[in-house]
Structure formats: structure tokens, C-alpha cells
Ligand binder design. Structure first.
Ligand SMILES: C[S@@+](CC[C@H](N)C(=O)[O-])C[C@H]1O[C@@H](n2cnc3c(N)ncnc32)[C@H](O)[C@@H]1O
Length: 261
């Protein structure tokens, strides 16, 4: 694609130098766990079709989605931004069967970050781990020469990063997760995504949980992907409506104020 202008090799080297991997693989079990709630074929299809080379992913967790992008082609590189915070009892891991199975490892000091590093160890030449808060580190990544072809946003669900991403990386396509994630009342990612589409005059593409703000209209292949994912998306949407009626958010946490007895 003519509009894809990627990060230069020297900028990539600078990023790797600034955010190095440890010298040795952390001694924790690799865990290949992707929080994939549907529609990511829209992104892997885009990466392959438009020869995307550098992906900036915000909200990487254990690297499940990053691995999906890397598996499209050996030419793909990922800049992986996450806080990798300390896992605590208030995290979602306690409520998730996989989280509970690996609880001891994940909740150990720095368990999430160490598990990420160990899980992605084999891909360390193609991924730069940036342990920082998204909005704080984006200007620094830009100053180091990062010019992603594609951004995948799967962090705080509010889309607060979108205007900054537009400003810093005007040539990047912006995509992300959480289209069906709701806080009990609304779907917080939708408004900032729609506003970005309007500002830029771009097309909104959405498949299940995945969204993409694209400068090109839907392709036939993308429509087929949407159609294939539709049954699961409809079930998911129906579940979201039931949760909203019960007054809980997407992870089952009540949003109703507790009654004092
Ligand atoms: C849902 S998980 C990402 C899942 C991952 N993309 C996957 O598919 O396997 C969300 C991640 O976003 C990170 N995160 C949330 N807010 C962030 C912020 N402001 N800056 C950086 N990372 C953030 C969290 O630490 C968490 O690891």
C-alpha cells in the first residue's frame, strides 16, 4: 500500500536498544493465553493484504494477540506496550478458570511481566516490550522514530489514546478490541472510535469484538469474515443485554450501589 510508511531499520534498532529484553529467559512457565473475544481475522487479513510490517499494540498482557499478528508473516514486527501490573485479587484472573489455574505464577511478584517475557521468548527478535502507561510513552516512541503501520488498542477500553495516536501517527491505521465490552450501561470504546471515523472521513469496520478505522471501504473478503463471525457476535450481544438488565458489566461485576442495611 502506498500509504504505509514504516519504521526505518535504524529506528527499530533504537527502540530495541531503549527497551531491551533481559539477558536470560525468566524461570517461569510460558503460558500461551490469548484474550481473543472474536473478530481478529479482520486484523490478520489486513496485515497480510496490505503488507503491514510494524504493529504497535497497546495492552499486550501475555502476548496472545501479538503472537497472532507475528504469525501472519515473518516480516511483521510488534512494539508491545503494557503496564504489566502486579496481579492482585481485584484483577480479572481470580474470576477466570485459566487465571485461577496459573494463579500462583501470575500473582507472584512481577508474575505477569515475567510470564509475558517467558511466553514470548522465542519471538524476542521481533517484539519490543515497552513497560509503560500508554498515553505517557507514545510521544517518546514517536521521538525514537516509531511509525507503525497499524495500531491495535486493547488496553483501558475507553479509547483515550485515539486522538493522540491520530496526531502522532497520522499514517497508521488504528484498530482494537472491546467493541462488545460494556460497563453495565454503555459500550465505552464505541463513541471515540466513531468520532475518529468522522474526524478522518474513514470507514468503520467491526467484526464481533474487533474494530478497525480504515481509509478503504469493506472488501468482499472482509464481508465474508463479518458474516462468518456474526452468529457468535449475536449471542454475545444478547448476553450483554441480559447483563445490562441484571446491572452487571461484561465481567459480571455489579454496577448497582450496595444497599446499606
Ligand atoms: C485485555 S488485556 C490485553 C489482552 C491481549 N491483547 C490479548 O489479546 O491477549 C489488557 C491489557 O492492557 C493493559 N493496560 C491497561 N491500561 C493500560 C495503559 N494505560 N497503558 C498500558 N497498558 C495498559 C493491562 O495491563 C492488560 O495487560
Amino acid at each position: 500500500m502506498a500509504r504505509i510508511r514504516s519504521t526505518t531499520p535504524s529506528a527499530w534498532s533504537l527502540l530495541k536498544e531503549q527497551y531491551p529484553w533481559p539477558l536470560e529467559q525468566p524461570e517461569v512457565k510460558p503460558l500461551h493465553w490469548s484474550l481473543d473475544y472474536g473478530g481478529r481475522e479482520l486484523i490478520t487479513n489486513l496485515i497480510a493484504r496490505r503488507k503491514v510490517r510494524v504493529v504497535l499494540e497497546i495492552g499486550v498482557y501475555l502476548g496472545g494477540s501479538a503472537r497472532q499478528w507475528l504469525s501472519v508473516s515473518p516480516d511483521v514486527l510488534v512494539v508491545a506496550v503494557d503496564l504489566w501490573p502486579q496481579v492482585t485479587l481485584s484483577g480479572f484472573e481470580v474470576r477466570d478458570p485459566i487465571g485461577r489455574r496459573y494463579w500462583d505464577q501470575l500473582s507472584a511478584p512481577d508474575g505477569l511481566y515475567r510470564t509475558f517475557l517467558s511466553s514470548m521468548w522465542d519471538e524476542r527478535q521481533r517484539i519490543v516490550p515497552v513497560r509503560s502507561r500508554s498515553t505517557e510513552v507514545l510521544p517518546e516512541l514517536h521521538a525514537l522514530g516509531l511509525r507503525p503501520d497499524l495500531v491495535y488498542l486493547d488496553a483501558g477500553k475507553t479509547g483515550v489514546e485515539i486522538p493522540l495516536l491520530e496526531q502522532l501517527f497520522p499514517d497508521a491505521l488504528i484498530s482494537g478490541d472491546d467493541w462488545c465490552w460494556h460497563d453495565g450501561r454503555q459500550f465505552p470504546i464505541r463513541m471515540p472510535v466513531k468520532e475518529s471515523c468522522r474526524r478522518r472521513g474513514y470507514h468503520l469496520k467491526q467484526v464481533h469484538n474487533t474494530w478497525l478505522i480504515d481509509d478503504q471501504p469493506w472488501t468482499r473478503q472482509e464481508r465474508l469474515i463479518r458474516l462468518r463471525c456474526l452468529p457468535r457476535e449475536i449471542l454475545h450481544r444478547a448476553g450483554a443485554i441480559r447483563q445490562q438488565i441484571r446491572g452487571v458489566n461484561s465481567i459480571g461485576i455489579s454496577i448497582r450501589p450496595k444497599r446499606v442495611t
